[in-house]
Structures are given as C-alpha cells and as structure tokens.
Design a binder for this molecule. Structure first.
Ligand code: PLP
Length: 399
C-alpha cells in the first residue's frame, strides 16, 4: 500500500473537532451536550443575506471572477471605510472563507522553511496551514496571568533570524479574546518595519469588541502598507459560516499578483456565498447592535460564572467570543474527554476545547480550556452549573 505524505502525517488534528466522536457517542446515549467548544455563532443570519438567496434569479450558476465579484468588492470598500480602512476594490481578493485567505497568504509570501512568529495560544489552524505551506511557526508564549497581553517586544527580537519572514496576529484574538492596544500595535509596526517582515493580521472578529480601547487594525499602521496582509471573513460577523466567504487584503502588488495565481488555479470563490455576503453588507445597524449586546451579556454571564467556581480562573476577554479558562484539574485533554465519556449530571454534560492544541510549547495550557460563548444565556448558565458538578466529580481534580 503506498504511503501518505510526510506533510499529511505532520498535519495536526483540529483540537476542536478531535473530541467529536466522544460527543457523538454521548448524544447517542441520550446525553445532552452543551457545545462550548466551537466558534459557530447560533444567531440568525441577517434577513438581507437570506432574502438575496431566496430571490436568486440567475439562469446560470457560473464561476465568478477569480478575484471575486466586482460589485461585492466595491461594496466592501464602503464597509472597510466605516472602520477607517481605506481600500480600493483592487486591494480586495475574495476567498473561500478566511481559511483560504490564510493558506494563500502563506503560500504566496513564504518559502518552505521560512518562519512565522505567532503569539501563543493561537488559532490552531495557523499551525495546520503553515505545515501545508512548508513553513514553520515559532511561538511566543502569552500567559493567562497577564491576560494574554503581548509579550515584551525583545522576546520577538530574540526569535528573529535569517529564516523569519512574517509575524502573525489575530486581533481580537481567538482563542484568548485579547485586543491589542495602540501601543502594542505600534510596537508590532516598528518590529515589522525594522526587519522588513510580512504582517499577517487576522481580524475576522472586529465586530466583537467589548472593551473601551479602540480597535487598531494592521491597516491603520502607517509606514508598513506593503507589509500588511489582512485576513477577513463574513463567517462570524453575519453568522454565515456556511457560505464560505472571506477576503485577503493587500496593497502589495507582488503579493497581490502571487495570490491571484493561486486564486486562478482554484478558479472561483463561491458564487452563492458572495451574493449572500454582498447583500449582508446592508444589514441594519439594529441587527449588529442587538448581536453585540447579546454577546456582551453572554460574556458577562460566562466570565462571572466561571470565576465563581472554586479554583477556576478566566480573565475578562475584550473581544471575539471565546475565553481561556484555567481549571483545577490535572490535564484538560483528559478532563474534556472524561466529561463526554464518563460523566453526566442529570443527563447533561459539556464539551470544551482543551487548550493544549492552541499552544506549540509542550505542556503549555495543560490545565486550560477554551470556552466559546455561542450559546444563549440560559444554556450558558446551565452549562456552568454542569461544569461545576463535573469538576466536583472528576477524579483528577486538584484541591
Ligand atoms: C481567528 C480565525 N481566523 C479565521 C477563521 C476562518 O474562518 P472561515 O474560514 O470560516 O472564514 C476562523 C474560524 O473560526 C478564526 O477563528
């Protein structure tokens, strides 16, 4: 039998989906599972997007241009303008989700063996896409004690060598919920400029910012316009994960040309998704405000509830819809699996993402889990209650 590739062997399993078979088995036993593990918003997609789909009148569902529909890219210019990001339609390349934007950014900017510096914990698929591109992720630890703030810039400097080609940030951050301050963003800018690195900035959660501090996009940073590659997606902001629409934004012509070659090879981003995403730009402010308030309430409910459980600690996330919580347990992977296979409280249990999968440093995040607050408040409250019971019953609890 022929062997699979070394690359495929190296590809990590998603830490989020890894426990799915155990969750399925729990559900098959009739146990209700509260899914705190996945970043799939539960709110309704805006009517504008759904209407566009209902009234689709096209004789042919054809390929769209490889760069994406021009009408959509034009409308996106106004959307970004509302965040003080000044673009032309040509700066925007529509991709199949933010996921493809990350992959194409890596494939276009990095040679095999090139290194990307990423603060960890980090969105796990960055590691997977780096492997796909033959690039190497070098992580800088951030800690729960410091609320996952950006580490001293000297720590970045210490990692930079002749293979370093890029810095990657996620802002607001998945999995930590951290939002970089203006000062931190300026430090990042200076570092990128000094070493002439690419700055990949994943800003798919910009609608989910709860702090008073302003949102500083990588595109707001002056002097590194040629270095910035912005990763974006409509998955989260319009609850449209399934339409698979994202964007890669660059003002660097060479990068643009390179990315377009990958885009041409895959022919077209999803046509129907673009139609929905384009219509969704007209989502009324009232929907966005309601969504925002809902997430603020959920965040408060979750974080207060977590910090009330003896031995549990969670910093207050400033953005996105996740938090990293430290639990009084021996091993989060074991605990999360145990919750699904060995435990239920009155027929209910919880599914969380063990944090180790978001770190590359061995042993890091061993007693941490990532919890997504994409359930309604009553369910979150019940899930917190069940978590408390699970911690009480878990044999590996540290007292
Ligand atoms: C930080 C981050 N970037 C990118 C993505 C990719 O999203 P999509 O491919 O659905 O646009 C996600 C999805 O969870 C994410 O959390």
């Amino acid at each position: 039998m022929p062997n699979i590739s070394e690359r495929a062997i190296e590809m990590p399993q998603s830490p989020i989906r890894k426990l799915a078979p155990l969750a399925n088995a729990a559900a098959a036993r009739g146990v209700k599972v509260y899914h705190l593990n996945i970043g799939q918003p539960d709110l309704h997609t805006p009517e504008q997007g759904l209407e566009a789909l209902r009234h689709l009148e096209r004789p042919i569902l054809e390929y769209s241009p490889s760069q994406g529909l021009e009408s959509y890219r034009k409308k996106l210019v106004d959307y970004y303008h509302s965040y003080n990001i000044q673009l032309t339609p040509d700066d925007i390349i529509i991709t199949s989700g933010g996921s493809e934007a990350v992959l194409f950014a890596f494939l276009s900017c990095l040679n095999p063996g090139d290194e990307i510096i990423v603060p960890e914990p980090a969105y796990a698929n960055y590691m997977a896409f780096a492997i796909a591109a033959g690039a190497c992720i070098r992580t800088i630890p951030t800690t729960i004690e410091e609320g996952f703030a950006l580490p001293a810039i000297e720590k970045f400097e210490a990692l930079i060598n002749e293979h370093t080609r890029a810095l990657l940030i996620c802002n607001p951050n998945n999995p930590t919920g951290y939002l970089y301050t203006r000062e931190e963003m300026n430090q990042i800018r200076d570092l990128v400029q000094k070493h002439d690195l690419f700055l990949f900035s994943d800003e798919v959660y910009r609608e989910f910012i709860y702090a008073d501090t302003p949102y500083i996009s990588a595109c707001h940073l002056e002097g590194i316009e040629q270095n910035v590659v912005l990763i974006d997606s409509v998955s989260k902001r319009y609850s449209e994960c399934g339409i698979r629409i994202g964007a890669l934004i660059t003002k660097n012509e060479a990068v643009h040309t390179a990315v377009m070659k990958f885009c041409q090879a895959r022919l077209s981003p999803p046509l129907l998704g673009q139609i929905v995403a384009e219509a969704s730009i007209d989502t009324p402010q009232s929907y966005m405000q309601e969504m925002y308030e809902e997430y603020v309430e959920r965040r408060n409910c979750l974080i207060e509830g977590l910090n009330r459980i003896p031995g549990v600690y969670s910093p207050v996330p400033m953005g996105a819809f996740y938090t990293m919580a430290r639990l009084p347990i021996d091993d989060a992977e074991r605990f999360c699996a145990w919750c699904l296979s060995d435990f239920d409280y009155e027929g209910e249990t919880i599914m969380m993402a063990p944090a180790a999968g978001f770190y590359t440093t061995p042993g890091a995040g061993r007693n941490e889990v990532r919890i997504a607050y994409v359930l309604k408040k009553e369910d979150l409250q019940r899930a917190l209650f069940v978590l408390n019971k699970a911690l009480d019953a878990y044999p590996g609890r540290i007292r």
